[in-house]
Design a protein around this ligand. Sequence first.
Ligand code: SF4
Length: 179
Amino acid sequence: MNRILLHICCGVCASQAVLRLREENFDVAGFFYNPNIHPQEEYFRREETARQVSSILKFDLLRGPYDKDNWFAKTKGLENKAEGGRRCNLCFKIRLEETYKMARQMNIFKFSTTLTISPHKDSGLINEIGKEIDREAFIFRDFKKEAGFQLAIEFAKRYNLYRQDYCGCIYSRRERKIS
Ligand code: SF4
C-alpha cells in the first residue's frame, strides 16, 4: 500500500478525503496543521473534531504546532485581502509546505490536502501550489467532485460533529461578520 500524509484542514472535510484515498489503496495518515485558525478556542474545537474523525475512521492523526505568530508574521500586509485572494494562496502554501516537511521526516513520499473539498476554494490553485512544492510527491484530488462536500456534511450530521461557519483566520471571521 502507498503511504500518504494528508493535510487535514478540519475533521469533517477529512472524512471524505480519507475514504476516497483509501478506495485508491492509499494508507492514509492525517496531519492537522492549521496555524491560520483563530481564536485559540476555535482551533482546539476543530482539532478535537479531527481527533473524533480519526477515531471513527481509524487513521493515525499527527498534530502540528499551533505556530500562529509565524502565520501572522508571514501574512502581514495581507490582512485586508478578501477571502480567495493573495492571503489565502500564502495560507495554503504555508500549510502544504509544513505537510511536505513532515511527510519527509516520516519517510512518507506522497502528500495531499483536504482543502480542495471546500466549494469556496480554488482546487486548480491548490494543485499548482502542491506541484510547486514537489511535482512527484503531491497527489492532487479535487475532493469536492462527486458531491464530496455534501457527503462530508452528511457524515458530520450522522456523527454529530462540530461544523465551523467561517474559513479559519480572524479576517475571514470578520468578513462573515462573526463577533
Ligand atoms: S480565509 Fe481561510 S484560506 Fe484564506 S487566509 Fe484566512 S484561513 Fe487562510
